[in-house]
Design a protein around this ligand. Structure first.
Ligand code: 3HC
Length: 296
């Protein structure tokens, strides 16, 4: 059955090469997923060779883990490793890519610049996708020659495990691009939902409201350990503050700032979270003994 709002799938264009801009945590998880499910070449790019090597290294390690767990055989592991490469040269890397997804720093100017650079080198029909957590897809596309090729393609951490994918239609996105996005999502075996191009879309809006209240409780003086304990009966798959570490405190802060700007009466920005990010900490826990312990 066609997902609500998805265009006719006959409009979808084939995808036989994928580009990933960025080689950080999210980007490298995406590279692995695309290679594994689409079985097409995937090229990661970033601003320096060390970052590119780290991203490709992560993908290779994850493939080794899949092999150890028996999820892929040796032959498939070798093929997957060969499909994923890294490059500093976007023109060479993306010149024949049909689908390029960006997962770079969450700042509109940076993302617009990335899309402009990518548009200059990709084929006319290539899709440009963004994994942004909260920024406007329409605004990101607005400076391009072909804004109709831009879609939001928002994954959740850990990418390999969580089934949901928010697909965002920007103001100018055309049916062929959206149909391609849905076809790719299906091959990735994700549950795609079409969401409006509104601040933080749907999931992060709900999650941020929820996480924001926990932060408020802590900001108002409740010890972190008490807040964590009190929430256990809700039966969440993991502690909200551990989830914050998984996502990255800087991303969490960025999303809450975006939402606070858009809906100041509904969203707050936690002083404690801002302090954690400013101090460059991983989160509310320290791992000095190898085990997570609350940062005193
Ligand atoms: N990366 C890759 N795989 C991971 C992983 C990670 N960081 N963490 C766990 N996994 C895999 C494990 O390898 C295991 O796979 P297997 O079945 O092949 O062995 C599987 O997930 C289950 O892991 P575990 O049995 O160790 O642990 P749990 O059953 O407790 O599940 C969890 C771990 C899936 C992380 C679960 O706790 C969970 O769902 N947590 C909530 C995650 C969530 O809400 N994410 C959304 C964040 S919001 C977001 O990302 C949006 C952004 O824009 C901010």
């Amino acid at each position: 059955k066609r997902p609500a709002g998805a265009p006719d799938k006959s409009l979808a264009r084939p995808v036989s090469k994928v580009g990933v801009v960025g080689a950080g945590l999210m980007a490298s998880q995406l590279a692995l997923l695309f290679a594994r499910r689409l079985e097409v070449p995937v090229v990661l790019t970033d601003i320096d060779q060390a970052r590119v090597d780290k991203g490709v290294g992560y993908v290779h390690e994850e493939i080794d883990k899949l092999l150890l767990k028996g999820r892929v055989n040796q032959d498939k592991a070798n093929r997957l490793k060969a499909l994923v490469s890294g490059s500093l040269d976007k023109a060479a890397a993306f010149g024949d890519a049909d689908f390029v997804i960006e997962a770079v720093f969450e700042e509109m100017g940076v993302k617009q610049q990335v899309f402009a650079e990518v548009e200059a080198v990709v084929p006319e029909t290539a899709i440009l996708a963004t994994n942004t957590s909260s920024l406007s897809v329409s605004e990101m596309a607005s400076k391009l020659t072909h804004p109709e090729r831009v879609v939001g393609f928002h994954f959740f951490n850990p990418v390999a495990v969580l089934p949901l994918l928010e697909i965002v239609r920007g103001e100018r996105t055309d049916d062929a691009s959206l149909a391609t996005a849905f076809a790719v999502a299906k091959k990735l075996k994700k549950t795609a939902v079409l969401v409006k191009d509104a601040p933080a879309f749907v999931v992060n809006r709900i999650l941020t409201r929820f996480m924001g209240e926990i932060q408020n409780v802590i900001d108002e003086g409740t010890p972190v350990a008490t807040a964590e304990k009190a929430i256990e009966p809700l039966g969440l798959p993991m502690s909200p503050l551990v989830l914050l570490e998984l996502v990255g405190p800087a991303i969490g802060l960025h999303v809450s700032e975006t939402l606070n700007r858009a809906f100041p009466e509904r969203f707050t920005v936690s002083a404690n979270l801002a302090a954690v990010v400013k101090a460059g900490k991983r989160g509310f826990y320290v791992y000095d003994s190898g085990k997570p312990e609350l940062d005193p």
